[in-house]
Design a binder for this molecule. Sequence first.
Ligand code: 5GP
Ligand code: ZN
Length: 112
Amino acid sequence: MTTDCLFCRIVAGEVPAARVAESERSIAIRDINPAAPVHVLVVPKRHEPDVGALASSSTEDLADAFALIAEVARQEGIATDHRIVANTGSGAGQTIFHAHLHVLGGKRLPER
Ligand code: 5GP
Ligand code: ZN
């Protein structure tokens, strides 16, 4: 746990967030500034700075995150139509340097 990391603090329950699902290794929360009618963040509980670092350090954490994405997509009614996004680095729009995956849907999404 990195105490100055917002998502570590959300995982620990120190900062409130709208949790929609949880698994052994990840949580799913609603994005505070949604870009689509459904915008959920799947956040691995263990701190890594980005999804690549997560994949390199734990295939179990990565697999768990993707399994939770599938569960959230079913739960939110977007199992057949959703987008998964992982920004890596500030140049790609990453603002929180604790690995997370965006799950977007609920409307027709632009091509990119
Ligand atoms: P990134 O830009 O790093 O890929 O994604 C970070 C996301 O976290 C953004 O979409 C932003 O709206 C969301 N976010 C930032 N602060 C909070 C917060 O305190 N709570 C929640 N639920 N989402 C947040
Ligand atoms: Zn963290």
